[in-house]
Design a binder for this molecule. Structure first.
Ligand SMILES: [Zn+2]
Length: 443
């Protein structure tokens, strides 16, 4: 597709968003879906529920159960079948009361033909974002111009097989490019979670952060003095209407700490019901409804303050004498002086492997006392700039399409520059070689 054509598509998408009220009237109360919500030439929409019944779409996909991705999905949904992972399916039925006749959970990792799409196959790949989240790898012919865009695909009816990788929200890892569905294939479109596509977003891999926290908790519990009985609490977003599923983000951290301490996880019944939607046998076996059965508790994020933790500890007077609170925080982006704003791809790749994170990098906030400690945990459920670069350099693709921060032309322009940088660099290298990684879970 020419870049002129791309510009037209983005312009059209921007107009649709900006002038939505006028369009709503002209369109019978329905917002028009921007082009990047529809898989080109296929009757398939991804994370596009806010646009209601989209012309020509016969299959609605949901990458994961975060509110900005399922907007408008409710008990009144009747625009067509919804495809997602089993964990996400359970959540939207349990929390949003979507009628289960519409919900079609698909297996992970197994190519499955989607009904009424002229034979398009989809493979779900774990996204490494929140429990139940998945990437969609679509493979099939272009057979129909579905959606609201005026642009027509020149490939409708051709015999060329198209491959699209929709990343939803994800934290890129070597596992994604080593996946048998993806490995060695030329991908036509990559719909990319560009949340942190900027070199200022540098942070170490999540598995390292998680194991550092588990080790920290383990050390504290193991080396405790006589008569000190520590309680570990992990903060999670409170269950508000918008952040209903945000609590899922802390699940890997919670499980790692519970595993290290060989204890169960206590949380209230409402949170437990959401966690059980994942049908994860290990997680289910760890959950307990009795606070005294576990030294790891899941509590609202707002409770992880000195006062909050004091009050919480008081509730267990006589049982616990010390409390550590892990407080997941976003990344604070302190730009190091002289940091390269426009690093070359090879420089970016070389730097990636230096991003380490150990127990010693966890610094208590405020003044730790003999009975209370708060540990901020740098936590990101989206790929760092470095991870995005490693990802893009590790397989063969024709075109990247940003799905986040696409609202302004300046931001789109910045992202497009990185895409061209990647493309130019890939031409120099063997496009099918995976960037060397330290572990299958991170570069
Ligand atoms: Zn998300």
């Amino acid at each position: 597709m020419s870049s002129n054509r791309d510009n037209e598509l983005w312009k059209e998408a921007a107009v649709v968003e900006e002038k939505s009220s006028r369009f709503l009237k002209a369109n019978g109360g329905r917002r028009k879906a921007p082009f990047y919500k529809i898989m080109q030439g296929m009757p398939i929409a991804v994370d596009a529920f806010r646009y209601g019944t989209i012309p020509g779409v016969t299959a609605y996909f949901l990458t994961h159960a975060h509110s900005d991705h399922y907007t408008n999905l409710s008990s009144t949904w009747e625009s067509g079948p919804i495809y997602c992972s089993q964990g996400t399916a359970n959540l939207i039925i349990h929390m949003l009361s979507v009628d289960c006749k519409w919900v079609h959970p698909l297996p992970m990792d197994v190519p499955t033909v989607i009904p009424n799409t002229n034979g398009v196959q989809v493979t779900l790949i774990e996204a490494n974002h929140c429990p139940g989240s998945s990437l969609f790898f679509f493979e099939g012919l272009q057979t129909v111009d579905a959606g609201d865009s005026c642009a027509k695909s020149p490939f409708i009816g051709s015999s060329k097989i198209f491959r699209y990788l929709h990343c939803g929200d994800f934290r890129a890892s070597p596992r994604h490019v080593l996946h048998p569905a993806v490995k060695g294939k030329l991908i036509d479109h990559v719909y990319l979670d560009t949340t942190y596509l900027d070199p200022k977003y540098t942070f170490p891999p999540q598995p390292l952060v998680i194991s550092a926290c588990a080790e920290f908790a383990h050390k504290m519990v193991k080396h405790k003095e006589v008569d000190i009985h520590p309680l570990v609490v992990v903060g999670t977003y409170s269950i508000g209407k918008e952040r209903i599923f945000a609590l899922l983000l802390t699940v890997p951290l919670l499980v790692a700490i519970a595993r290290a301490l060989k204890t169960k996880i206590y949380c209230d019944a409402r949170k437990a019901a959401i966690l059980r939607c994942q049908e994860d046998p290990e997680l289910n076996a760890l959950l307990t409804s009795k606070p005294m059965d576990s030294i790891v508790h899941l509590v609202p994020l707002g409770m992880i303050t000195s006062d909050g933790l004091k009050t919480y500890l008081d509730r267990f007077k006589g049982s616990y004498t010390k409390i550590i609170g892990f407080r997941p925080t976003g990344w604070t982006f302190s730009q190091t002086a002289g940091a390269d704003q426009l690093p070359s791809v090879s420089c970016t790749l070389a730097r990636t492997q230096q991003k380490n994170f150990t127990c010693a990098d966890l610094r208590p906030s405020g003044k730790p006392t003999s009975t209370l400690q708060i540990i901020p945990v740098p936590y990101s459920e989206h790929s760092s700039f470095y991870e995005l670069t490693c990802f893009a350099m590790s397989f063969d693709w024709v075109k990247m399409i940003a799905t986040v921060n696409v609202g302004s032309q300046t931001s789109r322009g910045k992202m497009a520059r990185w895409f061209s940088k990647w493309e130019a660099e890939r031409k120099k290298r063997d496009a099918t070689t995976v960037v060397p990684h330290r572990h299958p879970d991170y570069w």
